[in-house]
Design a protein around this ligand. Structure first.
Ligand SMILES: Cc1cc2nc3c(=O)[nH]c(=O)nc-3n(C[C@H](O)[C@H](O)[C@H](O)COP(=O)(O)OP(=O)(O)OC[C@H]3O[C@@H](n4cnc5c(N)ncnc54)[C@H](O)[C@@H]3O)c2cc1C
Length: 457
C-alpha cells in the first residue's frame, strides 16, 4: 500500500508487523500525533486475519475470565488484558466502522467475513496522515543507538525533543510468505533493497510461529534474544492431535459431541467438552484444540498421552444402561448394533461395537455383567493413544514467547529502553473463542499507551 507521506528515515515509532496488534498500536499512536512507520512482510496488512474463525473472524468474547489466557505468568497476562478488556475492543472496532454481532458471547463481524475486518483496518490506516505503511518490507536488523549524537540524523523532522533510540534495517521482501527457501531454480530472485531508518520507539509485533504462510517465521524472537530477553519455551497451541489407531481412517469425517479427558500416565491433564471431529490422522475440533496445549507439552517431555472420550457427555453407567434398555425396545430384544446405530453416526457405531468386543447381534437383555463393563468403557471412556500433533503450520497460535516479567505493565522491555512487544510474540496464548485476537488488541493498545507516554511526556 503506497502512502503519500514524504519519504524520510526518522519516525517517532516504527512497528514491525501489521497484524492486529501492530495495526491497533499504529492507529492509537498516530491519533495522539506520533509519526508511525508500519512495516509488514506481506503484500497487504492484516493478512492472517483473513483465515481467522474459518474466514469469519471471531474477534473477541464477552465472557472473559483469567483461565482464558495462558502464560508462564497467568496473573500478569490477565492484568494486562484487563487494562483493555473486551468492551473496549468492541468500541474500538465499531469506531473503525465494523458492525459486530454477538453469538452466545462470541463476537464476530456482522458481515460474517474476516475480509471486511482486514479492509476496515486498511482504510483506517489510510485515513491517518501520520502513518506510513510499507508492505513487502521486512525488519532484518536493529540496534540501539541512543548513545550516539542526535545530529547524525539530519532529516529528523519531529522536533528536537524527540529521542532517537534505534537504527533499523528494513528490506524489501518480495519472497511470498511461506515460500522462503522453496524457490525453484529457474525463478529469478528479485533484487532486495535495504534501507536504514531511525526511531524513538520500536514495537515488535511480528507474531509467533503459527501460520508461516502468513509471514510468521519467528523473526521477533531473534530480536528479543539479541536485546537480552528470555523466551518461554515455544510450542504449537490450538491444534489437532494424531493417533496411530488404524480405525480412524474408517471414521474420518464423522463429527459428534464428546467430553474428552487427556491423561498422562494415569494423571488427568485437562478435560473439555464440545464437538469432536475425526480425521484420517486423528482428532480435531474445538475441544481437541483446547486440550492440545497440555497434550503437546507432555508429548514433548517424552510422556505417554491417552485421551478418554465420553460419547454421551454428562452420562454415567446407570444412565447409559437405562438408555440402552429404553432404546432396546420391549424386554430389551433389540441387538446392540441396532441400538448403537440409533444413537451414534453409523461409522462410529460400528467402531464402538467392535471396541466392546461383544457380539453386535446380541440382544441388550442378554448382555452379561462383563459385557456391560466393556460397553460402558467403549461409550463413556473410549481410550485413544495420542502419538503426535499437527505443528505450527496448522496451529492457531504459539504457546510461550517473550517472558512477561521482562516487560513493564505497558509492555516495554526492562532490558532495552524504548523497545516494546505486543501480540503472539509475547508469552500469552488464549483459549479458542476470540481470546487470541483480544490479546492482540489489548497488547497493541497497551504498548501504544507506553509509547505515547515515552514520546510525549
Ligand atoms: C487458522 C487460524 C485461525 C485463527 N482464528 C482465530 C479466531 O477466530 N479468533 C482469535 O482470537 N484468534 C484466531 N487465530 C489467532 C490469531 O490470528 C493470532 O493470535 C493473531 O493474528 C496474532 O496477532 P499478532 O498481531 O500478534 O500477529 P500476526 O497476526 O501473526 O501478524 C504478524 C505480522 O508480522 C509480520 N512479520 C513477521 N515478521 C516480520 C518482519 N521481520 N518484518 C516485518 N513484518 C513481519 C507478518 O507478515 C504478519 O503479518 C487464528 C489463527 C490461525 C492461524
Amino acid at each position: 500500500m503506497a502512502r503519500p507521506m514524504a519519504n524520510r528515515n526518522y519516525y517517532d515509532v516504527i512497528i514491525a508487523g501489521a497484524g492486529p496488534s501492530g495495526m491497533t498500536a499504529a492507529l492509537s499512536c498516530a491519533r495522539r500525533g506520533l509519526t508511525v512507520l508500519l512495516a509488514d512482510r506481506n503484500s497487504q496488512v492484516g493478512r492472517k486475519l483473513l483465515v481467522t474463525g474459518n474466514g469469519r473472524c471471531n474477534l473477541t468474547n464477552t465472557l472473559q475470565e483469567p483461565a482464558c489466557y495462558r502464560s508462564d505468568n497467568p496473573d500478569l497476562a490477565w492484568a494486562r488484558v484487563r487494562t483493555f478488556p473486551a468492551g473496549d475492543t468492541m468500541g474500538f472496532l465499531k469506531d473503525l466502522g465494523i458492525y459486530l454481532t454477538d453469538r452466545d458471547g462470541y463476537v464476530y463481524p456482522y458481515s460474517g467475513q474476516a475480509a471486511t475486518v482486514r479492509e476496515a483496518f486498511e482504510r483506517a490506516l489510510d485515513r491517518e496522515p501520520g502513518i506510513r505503511v510499507l508492505t513487502e518490507t521486512r525488519l532484518v536488523d536493529m540496534k540501539a543507538v541512543h548513545s550516539e549524537p542526535v545530529k547524525k540524523y539530519p532529516d529528523r523532522k519531529t522536533g528536537p525533543d524527540r529521542p532517537v533510540r534505534f537504527q533499523l534495517i528494513l528490506e524489501e521482501d518480495h519472497e511470498p510468505a511461506g515460500k522462503a527457501g522453496k524457490r525453484k531454480k529457474e525463478e529469478p530472485r528479485k533484487k532486495k533493497e535495504r534501507q536504514s531508518y531511525y526511531c524513538g520507539c520500536l514495537l515488535l509485533a511480528t507474531g509467533g510461529l503459527a501460520g508461516e504462510k502468513f509471514g510468521c517465521q519467528g523473526d521477533g524472537y531473534r530480536f528479543a534474544v539479541a536485546t537480552g530477553h528470555k523466551l518461554v519455551r515455544r510450542l504449537p497451541a490450538l491444534t489437532a492431535l494424531k493417533t496411530s489407531a488404524p480405525f480412524v481412517k474408517r471414521i474420518s469425517g464423522v463429527r459428534c459431541p464428546a467430553q474428552i479427558e487427556a491423561l498422562t500416565e494415569g494423571v488427568l491433564l485437562a478435560r473439555e467438552t464440545g464437538e469432536l471431529q475425526w480425521t484420517d490422522y486423528g482428532i480435531s475440533g474445538v475441544a481437541v484444540f483446547q486440550l492440545s496445549r497440555h497434550v503437546i507439552l507432555a508429548l514433548e517431555d517424552q510422556k505417554k498421552v491417552e485421551v478418554r472420550i465420553n460419547f454421551l457427555p454428562g452420562m454415567d453407567r446407570p444412565d447409559l444402561m437405562d438408555l440402552l434398555y429404553r432404546l432396546g425396545g420391549a424386554f430389551g430384544k433389540e441387538c446392540l448394533q441396532d441400538v448403537f446405530s440409533g444413537i451414534f453416526p453409523s461409522k462410529l457405531a460400528q467402531v464402538l461395537v467392535r471396541e466392546t468386543r461383544c457380539d453386535g447381534n446380541m440382544a441388550i437383555d442378554d448382555l452379561a455383567a462383563g459385557d456391560w463393563d466393556r460397553i460402558c468403557r467403549a461409550v463413556l471412556a473410549f481410550p485413544l493413544k495420542i502419538s503426535g500433533y499437527l505443528g505450527f503450520e496448522k496451529a492457531q497460535t504459539t504457546r510461550g514467547g517473550v517472558l512477561l516479567t521482562d516487560l513493564t505493565d505497558r509492555l516495554e522491555s526492562r532490558k532495552t529502553e524504548g523497545l516494546f512487544f505486543a501480540g503472539e510474540l509475547v508469552d500469552v496464548d488464549g483459549t479458542c473463542g476470540g481470546y487470541n485476537l483480544q490479546w492482540a488488541f489489548s497488547s497493541g493498545h497497551l504498548a501504544a499507551r507506553g509509547i505515547i507516554n515515552k514520546m510525549l511526556p
